[in-house]
Unconditional design. Structure first.
Length: 622
C-alpha cells in the first residue's frame, strides 16, 4: 500500500474512535468526512469554510490536521492497530454517549447562511461542472440547519442522487483507467510485468525553455541529481531564477525541503557525460534535435537512456542518429511541466523494453502518471489536439472570437479553453511543426492561403506567429497579457480587428455560431481522431487516451475523458453529428467519421470495456 494513501481508520465499538498512523498523509480521511459531513460541522461551526474546503475538494489532510479537525482521535508513530486496540480497551465499559457525533452540539451562527452562500459560489466555480463538490456543501448545510436524524436523511438522498449519476460512472471509470495504464504493453511484446527498469539517479535536461525548466523542477523534486544545460547565457540566468522560484514555492506548499543543491547548471552538453538519463527539451526543430542526439550518443557513458520531450517529432528518426537506438524513447511532458501529472512515454520501433520501463518508472517517481504510446506524428495527445485546434481556427474564420470558443470549452469543464491553453504552451511550437511540414505559405499565397492539398486549412495560427505573438511568453497571443510571462488573459482589441480584416480579405461572412456547434465541432473532431489512434494501434486502449486528456489537458475528470464521453453521449449520436458537420464542411477530412467509430456504432454502442475486444476482431466478423 502506498504510504500517502495509507490510513488506519479503526472504528471501535461505537464507530467513534479512530487511530491514525502519524506523519503519513491521510487521503482516505474523507472516508469519514464525506460519508458524514455532519462530523465536519458538529464539532465546530466556527471554521465552516476550512472544513468545507476539505470535503468538496477532496483535499488531502495530514494526520496532524485531521487530529486538529477532530476527524480522528489519535495519531501514532507506532503500529496503528495496536494503538487502536489500546484506545478501545481504555474506553471499554465506559459510557460513550458523549463521544457520539450525533450528540455533539451544533450551534448555528447567525451568519451561517452568508458563509454557505460564499462557500457555495467558490465551490461551484472550482468544480467546473462537477456535481459532487456542490452536493457536499448542500449536505454540510443540511447538517447545520436540520436535527441530526433529518440531516442524515438529507445526506442519504443527496448521496443516492450522486451515486446514480453519469458523473459517478465517469469518475469510477476514470479511477480504474488510471490504474490500467500502469499495466502497459507495446506491439513488440514489451510489458510492464516482464520489463525491468534501470535505476536512474542522475539525469540531465538539455534546453531550459518553458518545458525544460518544469522538467528540471520535477526531476529535482523526485530526489534526482540534475544537470541542467542551456547554451544561451541570458536564457540560462533566467531559467535558474525561474527554477529556483518554482522549487521555493513547491517546497513551501508541500512543506518539503528545498532541493536547490541537487541541480548543477551548465552551458555545454558535455556536462551530461556521466548521467544515467538525458531529457532533451530544445526547440521543436528536427535538425537541432538530431545534432544534439549525435553529440549525446558520442559523449554519454554507455547505457545512458536518451529521451526527447518533442511534442510530436519522429522518435525513430532521432534514434537513428545514435549508436544505441534501443536506448531512445520519448518522454513527452505537458505545460506547465512541473504541474501537469501526465507523461507520454513514446516507444519507437527500436526502443528496448528496458528503456520503456525505465522512462515509465521515472515518470512515476516524478509524481506523474506515465502512459505508453506509439510513435506517430504528435503521438496521442497532440495528435488529437490538431483537429481540435483546427476547428477552433475555422470557427474564428466563421465569426467566433477566442473568448467565445474558450468560454464554451470552459463551461464544459476545461480549466482553459483552447486559445488560452495554446497561449500557455506557446504558439511557436505548433508553428515550427507546421513549417517543417511545409504547411506555412508566404503571405503572398492569395487564394491558396486557405487550402492545403485540396483540404481546408486556416493560416490564422501562422499569421499570429508572424506578428511575434507566441502567447504568454511574449505577452501577446490570442489574448494580451500585462507583460511577457504574464498569465492573466485579457481580450485583445487588436486581435478582433485582425480577425475582421482577415475575414474581409478572404471574403468570409461572419455569422452567429451557437454554443452547441462550438462544442460539437471542437470535441467531436478531437474524439474522431481518438478513434483513428485506437484503430492505428498508437494507444493500447481508450483508457490510455482518456487518462492522457484528463491529466495532460485538463479534460474534466467527471466526464471520464474524451472516449468515455463519446460513449456516454452515444456513439451513434457522435457519428451522426460528425456526418452532419462533414456534409457541411466536406473539405475538412478531420470531420469524416473514422471507420472504427462506424464499426462500434454499428455494433450497438457497446460499453467502453468491450472496445478493445471489438478492436481486435477482424472486420469480417462484425
Ligand atoms: C494543422 C495545424 C493544426 C494546428 C495546431 C496543431 C497543434 C498540434 C501540436 C501542438 C503542440 C503544442 C504542444 C503543446 C503541449 C502542451 O503542453 S499543451 C498544454 C497542456 N496543458 C493544459 O492544457 C493546461 C490546462 N490548464 C490547467 O490545467 C490549469 O489551468 C493550470 C495551468 C494547472 C493552473 O491551474 P490552477 O488551479 O489555476 O493552478 P494554481 O494552483 O493557481 O497554480 C498551480 C501551478 O501552475 C502554475 N500556473 C498557473 N497558471 C499558469 C499559467 N497560465 N501558465 C503557467 N503556469 C501556470 C502556477 O504558477 C503554479 O505553479 P507554481 O507557481 O510553480 O507553484
Amino acid at each position: 500500500m502506498e504510504l500517502d494513501v495509507f490510513v488506519k481508520v479503526v472504528d471501535v465499538l461505537t464507530q467513534n474512535l479512530q487511530v491514525s498512523a502519524g506523519k503519513l498523509q491521510i487521503k482516505s480521511v474523507l472516508k469519514r468526512s464525506s460519508q458524514s459531513p455532519e462530523l465536519n460541522v458538529r464539532k465546530s461551526v466556527g471554521d465552516l469554510t476550512r472544513r468545507t474546503s476539505v470535503c468538496p475538494a477532496g483535499r488531502h489532510v495530514t494526520a496532524a490536521e485531521a487530529l486538529q479537525l477532530g476527524i480522528i482521535d489519535e495519531v501514532t508513530d507506532h503500529n496503528a492497530v495496536d494503538a487502536a486496540v489500546r484506545l478501545a480497551q481504555s474506553v471499554a465499559g465506559k459510557p460513550l454517549d458523549a463521544r457520539r457525533i450525533s450528540t455533539y452540539p451544533c450551534p448555528r451562527p447567525p451568519d451561517s447562511d452568508v458563509v454557505f452562500e460564499k462557500v457555495m459560489q467558490e465551490v461551484r466555480r472550482d468544480a467546473r461542472g462537477a456535481i459532487a463538490p456542490v452536493t457536499c456543501v448542500q449536505a454540510v448545510r443540511a447538517a447545520v440547519a436540520l436535527p441530526y436524524a433529518k440531516g442524515m436523511e438529507r445526506e442519504k438522498e443527496l448521496f443516492a442522487t450522486l451515486f446514480t449519476s453519469g458523473q459517478a460512472r465517469a469518475l469510477q471509470y476514470y479511477f480504474f483507467a488510471q490504474r490500467a495504464v500502469g499495466r502497459w504493453s507495446t506491439p513488440s511484446g514489451a510489458r510492464w510485468d516482464t520489463s525491468k527498469p534501470r535505476p536512474v539517479r542522475k539525469a540531465a535536461v538539455i534546453g531550459l525553455g518553458t518545458m525544460g525548466r518544469g522538467i528540471t523542477v520535477s526531476l529535482a523534486q523526485a530526489g534526482l541529481s540534475v544537470v541542467a544545460v542551456e547554451t544561451q547565457e541570458k536564457q540560462l540566468l533566467a531559467a535558474k531564477q525561474a527554477v529556483t522560484g518554482m522549487l521555493e514555492r513547491g517546497a513551501k506548499r508541500r512543506g518539503a525541503p528545498l532541493v536547490l543543491d541537487q541541480i548543477k547548471y551548465g552551458r555545454s552538453v558535455q556536462a551530461a557525460a556521466d548521467v544515467d538519463l538525458v531529457i532533451e527539451a530544445v526547440f521543436e526543430d528536427m535538425a537541432l534535435k538530431k545534432s544534439i542526439f549525435q553529440q549525446l550518443s558520442r559523449l554519454c557513458k554507455p547505457g545512458t537512456l536518451l529521451c526527447t520531450n518533442t511534442s510530436g517529432l519522429d522518435i525513430d528518426e532521432l534514434a537513428s542518429q545514435t549508436q544505441s537506438p534501443e536506448l531512445v524513447v520519448g518522454m513527452h511532458f505537458f505545460a506547465p511541466a512541473h504541474v501537469m501529472k501526465l507523461l507520454e512515454v513514446v516507444h519507437g520501433p527500436r526502443s528496448s523494453p528496458e528503456a520503456v520501463a525505465t522512462a515509465m518508472q521515472l515518470g512515476k517517481k516524478m509524481g506523474k502518471v506515465s502512459v505508453a504510446v506509439g510513435n506517430c506524428r504528435c503521438f496521442v495527445g497532440n495528435r488529437m489536439l490538431r483537429p481540435y485546434v483546427m476547428q477552433a481556427y475555422f470557427l474564428l474564420e466563421e465569426g467566433a472570437t477566442p473568448e467565445q470558443v474558450d468560454q464554451v470549452l470552459e463551461d464544459f469543464g476545461f480549466p482553459m479553453g483552447v486559445f488560452k491553453m495554446s497561449d500557455l504552451s506557446g504558439l511557436d511550437v505548433a508553428w515550427r511543426m507546421r513549417k517543417a511540414e511545409g504547411l506555412v505559405l508566404p503571405a503572398s499565397a492569395g487564394e491558396s492561403a486557405r487550402i492545403r492539398e485540396g483540404s481546408r486549412y486556416s493560416p490564422l495560427g501562422d499569421l499570429i506567429c508572424e506578428q511575434g505573438r507566441f502567447g504568454q511568453k511574449t505577452g501577446r497571443g490570442w489574448y494580451q497579457y500585462d507583460k511577457p510571462g504574464g498569465r492573466v488573459a485579457k481580450p485583445d482589441p487588436w486581435l478582433h480587428g485582425f480577425l475582421e480584416e482577415y475575414q474581409t480579405r478572404h471574403g468570409l461572412a461572419a455569422r452567429r455560431i451557437d454554443h452547441q456547434e462550438v462544442l460539437e465541432r471542437c470535441l467531436y473532431a478531437l474524439i474522431n481522431e481518438g478513434f483513428q489512434i485506437l484503430q492505428d494501434g498508437i494507444a493500447a486502449g481508450p483508457e490510455d487516451i482518456d487518462v492522457i486528456y484528463v491529466l495532460g489537458y485538463g479534460w474534466p475528470r467527471h466526464r471520464g475523458g474524451p472516449m468515455f464521453f463519446a460513449g456516454q453521449v452515444g456513439l451513434d449520436k457522435v457519428l451522426q453529428r460528425l456526418e452532419h458537420y462533414h456534409q457541411v464542411h466536406p473539405d475538412v477530412p478531420a470531420l469524416k467519421p473514422c471507420s472504427l467509430l462506424r464499426r462500434l456504432a454499428a455494433s450497438g454502442n457497446p460499453p467502453i470495456s468491450r472496445w478493445r475486444e471489438i478492436l481486435q476482431k477482424p472486420r469480417s466478423q462484425l
